[in-house]
Write a protein that binds this ligand. Sequence first.
Ligand code: GDP
Length: 367
Amino acid sequence: RDDMLVCAGCGVPIQTEHENAPGFAPASALEREQLVCRRCFRLSHYNEVTPTAIGEKEFLEIANTISQKPALVVKVVDLFDFQGSWISGIQRFAGNNDILLIGNKVDLLPKSINEEKVRKWMRGQARDWGVKVVDSALVSSQTGRGVEAAATYMSKYAKGRDVYVVGCTNVGKSSFINQLIKTYGAAEEAVITTSAHPGTTLGLIEIPLEQNQSLYDTPGLINRHQMAHVVSAEDYKVVFPKKEVKPRVYQLQSAQTIFFGGLARLDVVDNQADVVCFMSNELHLHRTKLEKADELYQTHVGGLLQPPTEETRESFPDLKEKSFSISEKTDIVISGLGWITIRPKNKVTVRVHAPEASGVFKRVPLI
Ligand code: GDP
């Protein structure tokens, strides 16, 4: 349409309603001669990218563009919610292009981790899901740890090609790119500007790296399975870890239960097991007898067992059960909440109760 306003930076159609969607500009900006979306505005004035989010359909459109060009695809995942923040079908998106896997939020993992093992574990998970990655790196976009090493990998594997950074919302993709800008910016004293892509409607943001080579920030894919979509904003503050997670160890006997606030619970049904919980340090864990667990939940969710709180429990979904038979050290993941490493004495049956929307599954132990 002729009257459609487009961003002079990235070419995305301008809209004034949805702050987190591509092309947002405040209504007051429409008067400007050089109209740019807020993301481009912030990038050119503050050298800072802002997160934006899109749905599956738009994401596929972007994917089609990427898969047809020679490029390096940098896929950012949240180490604390690895599977929950995984983009299924990423291989199709990347086409024949190389994928470099970046595990962000390494600051949340215990300091004692062996980084080399975690990187290998990441590649192993990717392989199990049919995705070949050229390499993996661990970073904290919060502290800057590992970012320079990641930048070195990026330039090594890009081999002069463009770089596309992709990820689900909330994995810390914007924070990661901002760290990169700081790193590059400091080296070259360069002010980063966006450049126009006539006809682009995808909300890709271009950040020039070197001659003929650019880094593109893509909007984040909304992943509805994340715990963030199930709990209230208030409760999310308790659930989402902000610091290094301290593993909490329990020796559970047969027919014992452990509650994770009022959000989920784990029953050890028929044998003993050591249970190590990796969850936000602020989340209250409560151990009880399996036979009492149902009643305890009914009476105390929102009180002793919280979050959810008294106010938010009404809108919190019912817990659904899922059973696992475990005979060796295994992680049980409650997507978005964290994970539990089970070390069984012998074969043991465990049952997880959690909101259906948040994925519950077992995996090879991360640590
Ligand atoms: P995006 O949606 O993927 O662009 O993610 P953002 O960069 O906006 O980050 C999402 C959330 O994760 C924010 O609350 C950040 O503060 C947080 N975050 C990002 N990177 C890190 C990190 O390395 N460590 C920790 N602990 N939090 C992070």
